[in-house]
Every structure is written in structure tokens, then in C-alpha cells.
Ligand binder design. Structure first.
Ligand SMILES: [Ca+2]
Length: 241
């Protein structure tokens, strides 16, 4: 009887060992599968993260390009060129502002001689009304400024920069009363920079510089600038009347 029991026990043990090995192998395989899955998810996450970074960089570059367009093209800034130069439209070429509208194609794209650019937006008898955006320096603190182009004297010296005579009317409030002042002065319009420069009409040495944006000819931004330093200390938005 004991012999039979011993045999049975040995048989049961022999059957149990392979079963345990089988369970161990299955668990190991499952762990491997989980590790593989985690590894795959990690790679997917990394790919998504890289794609997001690339999209953010792309968006940033697009934003920079848009800012660049606004700054250099729409606003007509010539920061790419030196102070006495102006850009040939959207190309990278810079030429002297004196070479604009002189009858000779200096820009490779002929931008400097485009007929619509060479038309004076500030011709005689045009009137421009301006309102302050900020004013840190004028004595009168005008709430309204009117610039009238009264004449355009011919000059053999300024072949490109158009000389002008202007009248500047300033309207302000002082002590609850409306006040006005009418000043006359000299000015010139630079076709290259599309800028109207009015010499200081008063002894405060504040000049007015009207900058057209290269797109609209019925409006410009008028900066009040200290003649000596060139610092801008007030800004008015002008519209053609
Ligand atoms: Ca030219």
C-alpha cells in the first residue's frame, strides 16, 4: 500500500513541475508583451511630441514671417536698408531714395518707377486731418491738426524730393475754451521713403513727419519729432479730406 502511495506521489510531483514551468513561461511572455507595448507607446508618444514641437516651430516661423511682412512691407519700413536708402518693394534690393521716380529704372523689378508710386499723394490743395494717438511733447496738445498743402514750388536742386508749402492748423482746449493756431511752413515729400517732412513751424523745434504705409495714399501716420535728436514724441493719424 505504501508503495502505491509513494508511486502516486511521485507521479503527481512529476506532473506538477511542468505545469509550474508552463505558468512561469506564460507570465514571462506576458511581461515581455507588456514591455513591448510600453516601448511602442513610448515611441508613439515621442513621435507625437516631436510632431507637436515641429508644428509649434512651424507656427512660430509663420508668425515671424507675418510680423516681418507687417513690419517691412505693409508698414513700409526700410529697416533693411541704411537711412538714406529705400527698398525696391518686396525685394531685398536697396537703392538711394533719390533714385525713386527720376525716370531711370534702378530697381531690378522697376519698383522705383512704378507710376502709382510716383504720383504725389500730397499734391497742392489736398487737406489732411489728424487726431492724436499720443502726445508727450507739444505745448498746445491739439485734439485736431489740419495740414493743407498750399503750393509746390519748383526746384532745380530737389529733383526727386518735392518741395511744398504747407499750412498747419492746430485746435486745442485750454481752460475749457477752444483755441486755434494757424502756422505756415516749408515741407518736402520724399518719393523714395513716401514721407512728408514738415520743418518745425514754431521755435520749439518740433517737426512733423508723415509716413505713408506704401499701400494707402489717403492716410498717413504723422509723428512729431524733435529736430535735433530725431526722437518721436507724439503721433497723429491723418486722413485725407
Ligand atoms: Ca529710378
Amino acid at each position: 500500500m505504501k508503495t502505491i502511495l509513494l508511486v502516486c506521489a511521485l507521479v503527481a510531483f512529476a506532473a506538477a513541475v511542468p505545469a509550474q514551468l508552463s505558468v512561469s513561461n506564460a507570465m514571462a511572455a506576458r511581461v515581455d508583451a507588456q514591455a513591448w507595448r510600453v516601448d511602442r507607446l513610448t515611441k508613439q508618444y515621442q513621435a507625437i511630441s516631436d510632431a507637436a514641437d515641429a508644428a509649434l516651430n512651424s507656427a512660430k516661423e509663420a508668425g515671424d514671417a507675418a510680423n516681418h511682412l507687417l513690419k517691412y512691407h505693409l508698414k513700409g519700413s526700410d529697416e533693411w536698408c541704411s537711412s538714406n536708402m529705400a527698398r525696391c518693394g518686396q525685394s531685398a534690393q536697396c537703392i538711394s531714395h533719390l533714385a525713386f521716380c527720376d525716370g531711370v529704372n534702378d530697381c531690378k523689378n522697376h519698383f522705383d518707377e512704378q507710376p502709382d508710386r510716383c504720383v504725389l499723394p500730397v499734391s497742392v490743395n489736398t487737406t489732411w486731418i489728424g487726431y492724436p494717438a499720443y502726445d508727450h511733447c507739444t505745448q498746445r496738445k491739439p485734439y485736431e491738426m489740419i495740414i493743407s498743402i498750399t503750393s509746390a514750388p519748383a526746384s532745380s536742386v530737389h529733383k526727386v524730393d518735392q518741395l511744398l508749402k504747407v499750412q498747419v492748423d492746430l485746435f486745442s482746449m485750454r481752460g475749457g475754451l477752444k483755441q486755434s493756431a494757424s502756422l505756415v511752413g516749408d515741407a518736402y515729400y520724399c518719393k523714395g521713403k513716401q514721407t512728408l517732412v514738415i520743418a518745425p513751424p514754431e521755435d520749439d523745434r518740433l517737426e512733423i513727419v508723415g509716413e505713408f504705409d506704401g499701400v494707402y495714399t489717403d492716410r498717413f501716420t504723422g509723428f512729431i519729432r524733435r529736430e535735433m535728436s530725431g526722437d518721436k514724441c507724439a503721433e497723429f493719424r491723418f486722413f485725407k479730406q
